[in-house]
Ligand binder design. Sequence first.
Ligand SMILES: [Zn+2]
Length: 292
Amino acid sequence: MWTGLDGFPAFCTGETVFSVLAEFTKRVHPESNAAWLKELFGNSYQTAITDLASNLDELEQRIPAVYGYDADYMINWHTTAPYHRLGQSESQTQKLYKAMKVKSFNATNVHIYAGNMHSGIRRPSFSRACTICIGVDRKKYGRTYWHRGHQLPGIEVCPLHGIYLTEVNLRNTQRHTFVTLEEVLATQAPIEPGTEMPDTRLINLAQDSYYLLTHPEIQVAREKTHQLYEAIARDRGMARRSGKMDFGGIDECAQLLFVGNTLTIQVVFASSSANCLDVSTSDETQCCLAFD
Ligand SMILES: [Zn+2]
């Protein structure tokens, strides 16, 4: 009798769905990847998404219910989805959640709904890790794993340790196999801890983004966020004559500072070609927002 995915590993704190599936794959040793994908998701063409996920309704049905790993739980606690709520309307967020649950062969939808395709802040090309987290994980869990908090677009620092993240040799696009961080580290030269200390604003940005990520219950007021962007753009003379804002060529990074129930957003305009924040040339403006 088929009993579903018995032996499914327990998620570690902040471990991505990709990571736990990689750990499961490593333990099972499937002979054929296509057959294994079909067993996990009901189709052999499933994309292995490193930061978000897709087809989770199918996966949920296959994991024994006693684990309590339903699709919403996995999205909220084991993907980067809650981070992408910033600047999105409720209906956009719902579309993202739906795209991650329903049966779909086109996983690109997931990143479109996450807002990655039209953002000046790009999704990292390679997965990332923190050298201190690697040691802590191995001690605590006996293995290190892919952390969702290390894969956020625009965030370059570990929110827990305040050091620069390191790129690891795992491409984030067009993947159809699940690979553990331990497997990649076994074939990669040892990662040296970075000695350069990040600017405190980058550390704050990472910590506040992590707060947003780990509090999926918080509603972020999209209209107020947009009003804030517009007000700052107007101050900077970036409004067109038509009254519309000209964001062409400008990369934005939003720095969130949560104090009580007040959300302070610090918007930093970086140089036009930078994918991430260039602290040395950027300037900043602070404003306050209240939650809805
Ligand atoms: Zn760390």
